[in-house]
Design a protein. Structure first.
Length: 202
């Protein structure tokens, strides 16, 4: 099931002239976009990476606001050198080895390494690809396998849960409990619900 998130707010936008939230923003070569509100009600800005976020979100047909919220939740300081000590997830969008392997398999001309994931450009390229891949493929797989259990859950929420904890873990928890995983200390439910709350508040 393909979901077009890019056009949630406006059918036409570019780096030089964006319309988000019905507000025109025109800053020449470097467009400024807002990604909604964080848990304290503060507008999220990652100005340093705006152009990269817009470019790669556009390529993979994802709303750049959603990409920014994922980065904010995955890597709140927006530090490209961050590595999760447990999973090895790396960089702004916390790319894992399976995500990178999937990207490379479908983009053989790239052949990125995990060291490349410290590069914000390549990290966001892989992250937006993988989130779109999750929407188009893993969400469909979950809906096919558990139609009744996930019938009331929207595609973006499902994709966020999978992006955060992995397709295998999501299916395992659906098998065991009939529900999406909560995660350690409710980390997964916090992840998807906070991003969706902020996204829907834009």
């Amino acid at each position: 099931m393909s979901v077009d998130l890019r056009n949630k707010y406006d059918d036409e936008w570019s780096l030089d002239d964006l319309v988000f939230n019905n507000t025109e923003i025109n800053n020449g070569d470097s467009a400024e976009i807002y990604s909604g509100l964080d848990s304290k009600g503060v507008k999220i800005q990652n100005d340093k990476y705006n152009d990269l976020i817009i470019t790669h979100s556009d390529t993979h047909n994802i709303d750049p606001n959603l990409t920014k919220l994922i980065i904010h939740k995955e890597n709140e300081p927006a530090n490209p050198d961050t590595v999760n000590p447990n999973s090895g997830a790396t960089g702004l969008m916390q790319i894992t080895i399976p995500a990178l392997e999937d990207f490379n398999a479908n983009n053989p001309d790239k052949n990125y390494t995990m060291d490349d994931m410290f590069d914000p450009d390549k990290n966001i390229e892989v992250g937006t690809y993988y989130f779109k891949h999750t929407l188009d493929n893993y969400v469909r797989s979950v809906r096919n396998d558990y139609p009744e259990l996930v019938s009331g859950i929207d595609d973006t929420t499902l994709a966020l849960s999978i992006y955060n904890i992995g397709i295998g873990n999501v299916k395992e928890k659906l098998d065991e409990t009939g529900e999406l995983p909560r995660g350690k200390n409710d980390e997964n439910i916090d992840y998807r619900t906070k991003i969706m709350a902020d996204y829907n508040s834009i």
